[in-house]
Design a protein. Structure first.
Length: 133
């Protein structure tokens, strides 16, 4: 099965939808950024859920991982489900290069799942806390 590349803009739309589903009462700013040799998405909001909680929602849409132990970025494919959720399809990991990230492989979880490369290497989450909170 051939993997489809999804641009960082298309990936940002999926992130917005996932956040709206998970936290319908919170207003998020989702901005994509393209730069030499990659792209990323910044997610910002005030008050509401913690950065870790939001990261758990959006991390499925990252197209790359970074192993800081050996300074190595790896890209992976993902399964995009019909409902807009995603999971890793195949990730080479870094253990073969003396890193700490194990390889991961997940078989097609749904008959209508699509194999994709997400256009955002990384997704960064930034929460601010208001004075009132």
């Amino acid at each position: 099965m051939e993997a489809r590349y999804m641009s960082v803009t298309e990936t940002a739309k999926l992130v917005r939808a996932a956040l709206k589903h998970a936290y319908p009462d919170v207003k998020f700013s989702v901005r994509s950024d393209k730069y030499s040799m990659g792209a990323s998405i910044d997610v910002k909001w005030t008050d509401g859920p913690s950065e870790n909680a939001v990261d758990r929602v959006v991390s499925a849409f990252k197209g790359s991982n970074f192993d800081s132990m050996i300074d190595l970025k790896t890209s992976h494919t993902s399964w995009l489900m019909p409902d807009g959720t995603a999971c890793v399809a195949s990730d080479p990991g870094t253990e073969g290069s003396m890193g700490v990230r194990p390889a991961e492989r997940n078989w097609m979880p749904h008959p209508e799942a699509k194999l994709v490369y997400f256009g955002a290497d990384y997704i960064f989450c930034y929460r601010t806390v208001s004075v009132d909170a």
